[in-house]
Design a protein around this ligand. Sequence first.
Ligand code: F0G
Length: 359
Amino acid sequence: MAHQWRGVIREYIDRLDISSDNPVITLGEGGTPLVEAPALAKLVGAERVMLKVEGMNPTGSFKDRGMTMAVSKAVGHGAQAVIAASTGNTSASAAAYAAAAGIKSVVLVPEGKISLGKLSQAVAHKAQILQVQGNFDDCLDLARVLSENYPVHLVNSVNPDRIEGQKTGAFEVVDALGYAPDFHVLPVGNAGNYSAYFKGYLEDFNEGRVKAIPKMWGFQAEGSAPFTFGNPVKNPETIATAIRIGNPASYDLALSARECSQGQFGFATDAEILWMHRFLSQEVGVFVEPSSATGAAGLFKHSKMGEVPAGSTVVITVTGHGLKDPMWALKAEDGSDIEPTSVPNNAAQVAEQLGLSKN
Ligand code: F0G
C-alpha cells in the first residue's frame, strides 16, 4: 500500500490544538529518523544513545514542526503576512511556509550573526529580510512590537502554536521506541523546543502512553547561558550562532519543565561544542550545525561528572543540518583551514598521494 508521511498536522491531528477545517500548510515536515549512536553511547557510558535527526526536515531544522502549525493557523485567521525574529533557522522556515501559503514573510535577523546557508534560504523563499543592528533579543522585541501594532502575524515560539507543533518530536520518539527514554537532551536558546518536548512527553504520560517522563537536560553555550547563571545575559557570545540568545522567551515555561521532569540546565564551551560537532560527523556519521552539537557536548561533560547511569537510554535532539553552517567542518582542530589536496588526473599519482601500494 502506498503511503507517504503527511506532515505533523495530518499525522497527529487528534492530538494538536487545531480544528479539522483549518487549512493545512505543510511541506511534509516531521517523521524524522531516530538514529542509533553507539559511538556516543560508549563515550558517555550509557546503554543506548539515539539522535533525533531534525536536520531531515524540509528546511533542515526542527522549526518546521512548529511553523506548519503557526502558518496554518495564521492563514486560518486570514493573515496576509507573518513576521519572525531569528538567528536563522526560524526565518528560513517562516519564509518557506509563507511561500507555500502564498503570503508574505518579514524576518528580522541580527546583523552579521546568522550563517550564510540560513540567510540564503530566507532570500530564496523571498522573505523581506532586515538585518537589525542588535542581537536576537533586540530582534524579538522589535518583532513583538510590530506584530502588536501592524497587520503582521508573529510566528516566533512565543506564539503557542509553535510549541504545539514542536511537541510532535516527543510523540515520534515515543512512537518509535514504545516507551520514553530516561533522558532527553537538547540544545537551548529560547527554550521553546525544550518546553515543547516536555509538553509532548507530559501529554503522552497523562494519556497513558508512557509510564514516566524523561529527565529533560538542556544545554546552552557558555557565553550565552542565562539558565545556568539565573539571569539574562546582556551581550551573549558564542560561535553557536543559532543559540546566541541572552533572554530566553520561554524562560518560565522551561523552568517548570525542568522541575517537573527533575531535569537540569548546563552549558558547554565553544571548544567542547566544536569537539562534539566533529565527533558526531566522524564517529556517528551525522552532520549537524555546531549549535546542534551543544546537547551532546553537555551530555558528555555531565557523563564525566558521573551523572549518566550505565543502564540508561538517552535521546538527543540534533536540531539543524550541518549544511546550514558548513564552514566549521572545513576547519581543523587547531583552527586552520582544511583544503583537499589537488592531484593530476593520473591513477599512479593519485594512488601515491593516498599511500596505496599496488596489489
Ligand atoms: N538549535 C538550533 C539549530 C536552533 O536554530 C535553535 C533556535 C535552537 C537549537 C534552540 O531552540 O530557541 O527553542 O531553545 N533557533 C532560533 C531561530 C532562535 O531563530 O532560528 P530554542
